[in-house]
Design a protein around this ligand. Structure first.
Ligand SMILES: C[S@@+](CC[C@H](N)C(=O)[O-])C[C@H]1O[C@@H](n2cnc3c(N)ncnc32)[C@H](O)[C@@H]1O
Length: 241
C-alpha cells in the first residue's frame, strides 16, 4: 500500500508497506518500465508474500480463498472444473477444500500452459476452445460438476478495448462449459473485465442462475480492471434454442 496504511491479508494478518519499508528490485537496469513496475509491485505486495508463505503457487489462490470464505462455494466431495488453471494456485486451494488428498471430490483443470501436478487432480494442457479438449474435460468430470471456475485471461495487448473483448470471449467459452456440466444448484465463478462486451454473457447468466453478482476480492489489485462474476443456483433447465 503506497499510503503506508496496513492492509489485511487473507489470513487476517496486517502488513505495513509504507515509506521506508518499500522494497526496490535489484538488477533491473535496462528492463522496460512496465516490467520494472511489475517487479516492484510483486516485491511489495503483501498477498504475494502471504501466498508464498502458505505454499501457494500464485497469489491468485488468495482471491479464490477470499471469494470462497464469503460465498461458500467449495465443500467436501465437490466436483470442480478449473479453466485456465496454471500455475495452479486455484487447484491447490480447491484441492484442500474438497478433500482431494483424502480421495474425496473430483478436480479437473485445463490450461494452454503446462501446470505442475496437483495430487489427485486431472490436468489437461490445451485450449478450452478446442472441442476435443472440451469433450475430454467432460469425460474426466464424469459429465457433471458442482462448480466451474475460470480465471482465464488472454495475453494483454495494451489496447484496452481489444483486451476486454478477448477476455470476454474466454468468459463466453467458460459459461458455455458451465451450462453443459453444472448440476442444478451449481455455481460458476469467472474472471470478467468490465467494459460493456460482457453484457450478453451476464444476461445469459441471469437467465440460467438464481443469483448473479460481481465480486472483487481484496487480493485483486484495486487499480486493475479485473473483477469476477459469480453466478449461483444454476437452474439446470436450459431452454431449447
Ligand atoms: C491468471 S492465470 C490463472 C491463474 C490460476 N487461477 C492460478 O491460481 O494459478 C490465467 C490463465 O489462463 C490461461 N488461458 C488463457 N486462455 C486460455 C484458453 N483459451 N484455454 C485454456 N487456458 C487459457 C492462461 O494460459 C493463464 O495461465
Amino acid at each position: 500500500m503506497a499510503d503506508g496504511k496496513p492492509s489485511k491479508g487473507s489470513s487476517g494478518r496486517s502488513y505495513r508497506t509504507g515509506a521506508g519499508l518499500t522494497k526496490t528490485p535489484r538488477k533491473v537496469k535496462g528492463r522496460k518500465e512496465s516490467s520494472r513496475r511489475w517487479i516492484q509491485r510483486q516485491l511489495n505486495d503483501p498477498f504475494v508474500a502471504e501466498a508464498k508463505s502458505r505454499g501457494f503457487r500464485s497469489r491468485a489462490a488468495l482471491k479464490l480463498e477470499q471469494i470462497d470464505q464469503k460465498h461458500k462455494l467449495l465443500f467436501p466431495d465437490a466436483k470442480v472444473l478449473d479453466l485456465g488453471c496454471a500455475p495452479g494456485g486455484w487447484l491447490q486451494y480447491a484441492s484442500r477444500r474438497i478433500g482431494l488428498e483424502d480421495g474425496r471430490g473430483v478436480l479437473v483443470g485445463i490450461d494452454l500452459l503446462e501446470t505442475e501436478p496437483v495430487m489427485g487432480a486431472s490436468i489437461l494442457k490445451g485450449d478450452i476452445n478446442d472441442d476435443a479438449m472440451m469433450a475430454e474435460m467432460i469425460r474426466l468430470i464424469d459429465g457433471k460438476a458442482d462448480l466451474v471456475l475460470s480465471d482465464m485471461a488472454a495475453d494483454t495487448t495494451g489496447h484496452r478495448p481489444t483486451d476486454h473483448i478477448r477476455t470476454t470471449l474466454l468468459l463466453d467459452l467458460a459459461l458455455d462449459m458451465a451450462q453443459r456440466v453444472l448440476t442444478p444448484g451449481g455455481a460458476f465463478l469467472a474472471k470478467c473485465f468490465r467494459g460493456g462486451a460482457e453484457r450478453d454473457a451476464l444476461e445469459l447468466m441471469r437467465r440460467d442462475f438464481a443469483t448473479v453478482r460481481h465480486v472483487k476480492p481484496a487480493a485483486s489489485r484495486q487499480e486493475s480492471v479485473e473483477s469476477y462474476v459469480l453466478a449461483t443456483g444454476f437452474r439446470g433447465d436450459r431452454p431449447e434454442e
